[in-house]
Write a protein that binds this ligand. Structure first.
Ligand code: PLP
Length: 453
């Protein structure tokens, strides 16, 4: 075997990539062999569209991966990143810091409800979830309540792919291959019941009582062993499950009763996806921590973080002043490029009123989505904010195959990007989507479904 390294690129990437050129990249959460036989390549993007290497426009009905809420390659964000790259490429956040990290923290603290006033930066939603769980454990530990270690998530929950996140998460395939996971976790039941909730716009009436399962878990384990509950206010990755009316309030009450921290994983829901800065704001419920990522930079540079309530931060600010209070952090926590992108993105959201825009569009979006009711293969539709989940009936013995084909057809034949999970299609366009484009998204999807076996 040769040990020589060849750092020369194989040539300009083009639409004519040969199978060998595609071999080395192991795509995440993708059937690699199927993809490499029939690749879906994206070369550039602008506003509401992606473009393939041969210049075909693809309407983005998913904001990339739930993240490009301001649309693509927006000038103010691009310029801020370019300027930052030239001004300060990297500064460590361990023992040093650059001024803009404080500026973005302050703006995020102002955006978050209540006394959620302190921000810990990382680089992704997965890191944000694990960071929140670690802060919860350390918070109890430093107060002499080291027995409070149990972490409670929810069935069908998604909190990224770190060991903490998959342990409290509830998506079977994300867990079953990876051994024993974290010990000392448990799960609330998920909140979906088709018989009670089918074709629901917004929050379903049925299901608030499922929060009471926390009482049962508290009785089983004893509150003295439970550190935190983590839930997505709207479960996104599992296929769009809006919270039942009153569910999150009830969860907050029960966490207070039992002395358990409540974490909202807002990696998808923050930054306007539900028509508000945060889902916490939409639902009038103040959690103890909010995790965020994705929309904070409109997907332009990786950035994530956790916003924590003041009493949690204050609890750590004890002991000698020269001593580190939390033994946690990432080399790229508060990376200058990400911070610059974040500041510019928040400006775009504010200047263009994009959160309010999402709120204004919610009814039209829901009307258009519900127009698919009765179409071929459609088994249920759920909408909330600028999100829609469309369940398709599965083919016998081939769960996910029909939705996969829908995604391929939408991209290849109709120039539209959709996202799938199992046989659910999840739509979440940039908040800049026009009413015409909303119509286009669902008209196109109707055609795609019509042609599916
Ligand atoms: C609620 C939630 N938490 C965490 C994550 C993980 O984020 P990342 O892929 O940036 O690690 C996601 C990603 O979709 C998410 O939806």
């Amino acid at each position: 075997m040769s040990v020589a390294h060849d750092l020369d690129p194989p040539g300009e990437l083009s639409a004519e990539l040969s199978p060998n050129d595609l071999e080395a990249f192991w795509l995440p959460f993708t059937p690699n062999r199927a993809f490499k036989k029939k690749p879906r390549l994206i070369a550039r993007a602008k506003d509401m569209h992606y473009y393939t290497p041969d210049g075909r426009a693809v309407l983005d009905a998913t904001a990339g991966l739930w993240c490009c809420n301001a649309g693509h390659a927006r000038e103010p964000i691009v310029e801020a990143i370019q300027a930052q790259a030239a001004e300060l490429d990297f500064a460590p956040s361990f023992q040093f810091a650059h001024p803009k990290a404080f500026a973005l923290s302050t703006r995020l603290a102002m955006m978050a409800p209540g006394d959620l006033d302190h921000v810990f930066f990382c680089n992704s939603g997965s890191e944000a979830a694990d960071t929140a769980l670690k802060i919860a454990l350390a918070y109890w530990n430093i107060q002499g309540k080291g027995s409070k270690t149990r972490l409670i998530g929810r069935e069908r929950g998604y909190h990224g792919v770190g060991f903490g996140g998959i342990s409290v998460g509830g998506i079977v395939n994300n867990r079953k291959f990876f051994g024993g996971l974290l010990t000392g976790t448990d799960h609330l039941p998920h909140t979906y019941n088709r018989a009670e909730q089918a074709y629901c716009r917004g929050e379903p009436d049925w299901g608030a009582h499922l929060a009471d399962e926390l009482d049962r878990l508290a009785a089983l384990h004893d509150p003295s062993t439970i550190a935190a509950v983590i839930v997505e206010p709207m479960a996104g990755s599992t296929g769009v499950l809006p919270p039942p009316k009153g569910y999150l309030k009830r969860l907050r009450e029960l966490c207070d009763t039992h002395g358990i921290l409540l974490v909202f994983d807002e990696v998808i829901t923050a930054f306007g996806r539900l028509g508000f800065a945060t889902a916490a704001e939409r639902y009038g419920v103040v959690p103890d921590m909010i995790t965020f990522a994705k929309g904070v930079t409109s997907g332009a540079v990786p950035l994530g973080g956790v916003i924590v309530r003041k009493p949690i931060y204050d609890a750590f600010m004890n002991g000698p002043e020269h001593a580190i209070e939390l033994f946690h952090g990432y080399t790229y926590s508060a990376h200058p490029m990400a911070i610059a992108a974040g500041l510019a993105t928040l400006d775009v959201y504010r200047d263009e009123g994009l959160f309010e825009r999402a709120r204004d569009l919610e009814t039209d979006w829901a009307d258009a989505a519900m127009g698919l009711k009765g179409k071929r293969h459609v088994a249920d539709i759920r909408t909330i904010g600028l999100v829609a989940g469309i369940d398709l009936d599965s083919r016998d013995g081939a769960v996910g195959a029909r939705a996969y084909e829908a995604m391929e057809t939408a991209f290849g034949d109709y120039g539209m990007m959709i996202r799938i999970t199992g046989d659910t299609i999840a739509l979440s366009p940039p908040l800049t989507v026009s009413r015409d484009q909303i119509g286009e998204i669902f008209d196109t999807l109707a055609k795609v479904l019509e042609g599916l076996a």
